[in-house]
Design a protein around this ligand. Structure first.
Ligand SMILES: [Zn+2]
Ligand SMILES: [Zn+2]
Length: 338
């Protein structure tokens, strides 16, 4: 089969690889249909991902069709599926508490083990969710949106709360969309006027342009000096995370959606006087995948506006390398494999 291999940072090639064999019990062989390209993939390509072992087949935002079932698998051959790429051990404390999204020994397809930028892949059947009428193109967008949907669910938000999402990239936009679906009053803060312009004109979000004024001033103006009930950081930027604490209202919540490599510091008196809640959010659960899929089916997600770029498996080495640095007009790119 054909596979796109990242052999080392900056070195992405299309190669022939042995197709996966028969699936073991509880697993299925899936013909890959569509693969979304994520910030993580650009980071792996650029060598910015910590602890990644090369060579690696990337790709964790995946839809496909079941082509062969291991023993005990009940999904039908030919079933269109959404792949949940977080392979969990099923035994650790997080798994025992129903949180496989933060499994102690989690393996994410395309990161810790080979992913789906190829023709076929083996996946545990419990990580395959029937697309139930969703097109395979749309099904490949469920994972990245589920990250935001999970963060919103983690926030325990109440409808009407004033909400700030920092970072207008795909994860931030997904968070903002699912915050709005949850009935929150959403503003977006970013340093890119281009991205904010898109969020404002195409998606209808209030925009706070951090390139034009200090974020603290913009937050004060937008909230009568009170701060936001809910703040989500989806920037992956240490400075932004640290500044975000100050944007939270008294009694409010800060949710860290993206991860940063560094330690973060904050003022404990500022934190305590607000009685702030600080929430980490990692990956997503089946309930989030189901919520996103249902929202897409119901027409609540403007996918036609979010998927801005398309390519094929053969052209991925060239296009992914280009999109890693040419971000103008790029929200989400999808590889059409099958
Ligand atoms: Zn991703
Ligand atoms: Zn586990």
């Amino acid at each position: 089969m054909k596979a796109v291999i990242c052999r080392s940072p900056g070195d992405l090639v299309l190669e022939d690889r042995a197709a996966p064999g028969a699936p073991p019990p509880g697993w299925a062989r899936v013909a890959v249909s569509h693969v979304g390209i994520c910030g993580t993939d650009y980071h792996i390509f650029e060598g910015k991902h910590p602890f990644l072992a090369y060579p690696r087949i990337m790709g964790h935002e995946v839809s496909g069709t079941v082509v062969e079932r291991g023993e005990g698998v009940e999904l039908a051959v030919g079933e269109p599926v959404i792949i949940n790429p977080y392979l969990a051990c099923g035994k650790c404390i997080a798994c025992r508490h129903g949180k496989p999204n933060c499994c102690v020994s989690i393996e994410v397809l395309g990161v810790h083990r080979d992913g789906a930028m190829c023709d076929e892949i083996l996946v545990p059947a419990q990580n395959l969710y029937p697309a139930n009428g969703l097109s395979l193109a749309d099904a490949a967008t469920v994972e990245f949106l589920a990250i935001g949907a999970h963060a919103v669910r983690r926030s325990l938000a109440a409808p009407g709360q004033r909400t700030l999402v920092i970072g207008a990239g795909p994860i931030g936009l997904g968070t903002a969309l699912f915050a709005r679906i949850a009935g929150l009053d959403v503003s977006l803060l970013d340093m890119s006027s281009e991205r904010l312009g898109f969020a404002e004109s195409e998606l209808g979000f209030a925009a706070l342009d951090g390139s034009k004024a200090p974020a603290a001033d913009l937050v004060r103006q937008a909230t009568n000096g009170e701060g936001f009930d809910l703040v989500f950081d989806a920037t992956g930027n240490t400075q932004s995370v640290q500044s975000a604490f100050a944007h939270v209202a008294h009694g409010g919540t800060l949710v860290l959606v993206s991860v940063v490599k560094d330690d973060i510091t904050f003022s404990d008196p500022e934190f305590h006087k607000r009685e702030m809640t600080l929430v980490g959010s990692r990956n997503a659960l089946r309930a989030d995948f189901d919520h996103v899929a249902a929202s897409i089916r119901g027409g609540a997600v403007p996918l036609a506006k979010l998927v801005t770029h398309r390519t094929t498996l053969a052209d991925t080495p060239r296009d992914l390398a280009r999109w890693a640095h040419e971000k103008t007009g790029l929200i989400k790119a999808v590889i059409e494999v099958g």
